[in-house]
Ligand binder design. Structure first.
Ligand code: XIL
Length: 381
């Protein structure tokens, strides 16, 4: 399995050269996965099981553009764990089988979304008994071992997702941390390393350069520094990258103090020896004008400049979009526009036509410096 996963990634990089010939002949635009692979990068998207089962137009886009997929929801506890005793891999298996049939790599999201809002009810209300720490450890380690063993092809796992409170910078509390303390986070990484020794292990969060995210960034940095100081096996920071107008970032600008703070944060992260992964890229157009060309141009412009900044770091290994088509973006159902119009945050529109954001991603990938492709842990030993 390890060999096939490694050769899949190597294959994705090697494939970058081949399509050049046919592209020159057909003048079809280069696939995003090929533009990425030529730079040592991985390009892919989140997808859900419904789309894989019953949306052939979307599947075509995925097959054309993506070198990797990640389950949007299907490998979260709420989906995999109906109760304390059972695992239900049905929906996640649909995506994993599709990725493997198409020769796409698989990312994993997430072994523990350590945020009480996203725990299954049974886990929030769980009776940990007379020895709560031991029982919490057992449940968590058992979950991670079972899920990693079920998907040995996953090359990169979001081990912990969003455990730093964005408002305070403090660690979130859940039923698990109440039972066993914040050692829950270290345990998750150690168990993941044992259970998936050749996967890149990632801490994933949505800290960004927006005003109001100072405490979030500082909290994430403290967490990462603590991991490194304690010898916790972590390889990368996942920068979700849900950027754009309509978050709290209307004031974000380039060549500003905010951009400098963001670079300082990234410098500190890579200074710890960590890689960067863009894990959930989309560009919110909540507060942009109704006119579609204007809106699309603003989305593309912000996307391009953001990706340019992120890809200038040779430690950045991947660009994963949180969906490739507007019609099924998670942003359609959250933080609605005042005019209630559908949003346009992804590379393809509701009729599956490429948008300026797709061209912006292509241009950013084409302009990115070449880097050594992702080295998986244990690859040389
Ligand atoms: C979102 C999904 O897109 C939605 O379908 C679901 O209802 C909630 O979760 N950060 C993350 C992702 O880490 O798991 C979230 O995905 C989006 C924000």
């Amino acid at each position: 399995m390890t060999t096939s996963r490694r050769s899949l990634l190597a294959g994705a990089a090697a494939m970058a050269a081949a399509p050049m010939v046919s592209r020159a002949q057909s003048a079809a635009p280069a696939a995003l996965k090929d533009l990425a692979a030529a730079k040592g990068l991985i390009f892919g998207s989140a997808v859900n099981a419904r789309q894989v089962r019953s949306d052939p137009a979307y599947r075509q886009i995925l097959q054309r553009e993506c070198g990797a997929l990640v389950c949007e929801n299907e490998t979260k506890w709420v989906a995999l764990r109906p109760d304390a005793a059972r695992f239900d891999f049905t929906d996640a298996d649909v995506i994993a089988a599709y990725a493997s049939a198409q020769g796409m790599a698989l990312r994993g999201h997430t072994l523990l979304w350590h945020h009480p809002q996203w725990f299954p009810d049974w886990l929030t209300g769980y009776d940990f008994g007379a020895r709560p720490a031991a029982e919490a450890e057992r449940i968590l380690a058992d979950h991670i071992r079972r899920v990693c063993a079920h998907y040995p092809q996953v090359f990169s796992w979001d081990v912990i997702n969003e455990t730093v409170d964005a408002d305070t910078g403090e660690l979130r509390e859940t039923s698990l941390s109440r039972a066993m303390g914040q050692g829950v986070l270290d345990l998750a990484f150690h168990t993941a390393r044992e259970a998936a020794p050749h996967a890149q292990l990632v801490y994933n969060d949505y800290m960004s350069w927006e005003a109001g995210h100072e405490k979030h960034r500082a909290g994430v940095l403290r967490l990462l520094e603590g991991f490194k100081a304690r010898g916790v096996p972590i390889d990368a920071l996942g920068v979700q990258s849900h950027i754009g107008s309509g978050n709290s970032d209307d004031s974000v600008g380039f060549d500003t103090a905010q951009e400098r703070e963001w670079r300082r944060f990234l410098d500190e992260v890579v200074g710890l020896g960590l890689d960067l992964m863009i894990t959930e890229f989309d560009v919110h157009d909540k507060n942009l004008p109704v006119d579609i060309p204007t809106r699309d141009a603003a989305v593309a412009d912000l996307g391009k400049r953001y990706l340019d900044l992120m890809l200038a770091y040779e430690q950045t290994r991947a660009v994963m979009c949180w969906g490739m088509v507007d019609r099924s973006s998670w942003l359609q159902g959250n933080w609605l526009r005042a005019d209630r119009l559908p949003k346009r945050p992804t590379p393809y529109d509701a009729e599956d036509r490429p948008k300026p954001l797709r061209a912006a991603i292509a241009a950013a990938l084409a302009a990115a410096p070449v880097r050594a492709s992702l080295q998986l842990p244990g690859a040389n030993g």
